[in-house]
Design a protein around this ligand. Structure first.
Ligand SMILES: [Zn+2]
Length: 82
């Protein structure tokens, strides 16, 4: 038994952008302390301002609104989705 075992990896924090295929990061909302930021180097910290975005869901053609959870890190794309 050792005491220096690192905690298991948390949920996936990186995804592929469905538009351009580049790396996309999870968007973290709310007040985050330096600890949380150090724990999640690959997350975009959006603070407390939840921005609802509207999209047309391609499969149904219905208009939906929601808060994006993922942000593309490609500066030419910046696609956000949920
Ligand atoms: Zn993208």
């Amino acid at each position: 038994m050792t005491n220096d075992v690192k905690p298991a990896k948390k949920r996936e924090t990186v995804r592929r952008c469905p538009v351009c295929g580049q790396e996309a990061w999870r968007i973290a909302y709310g007040m985050m302390g330096p600890d949380a930021m150090a724990e999640s180097p690959k997350a975009e910290f959006a603070g407390c301002c939840l921005t609802e975005e509207v999209r047309i869901y391609p499969a149904t053609g219905k208009v939906e609104s929601g808060v994006p959870r993922w942000a593309c890190q490609n500066p030419e794309c910046r696609h956000r989705w949920w």
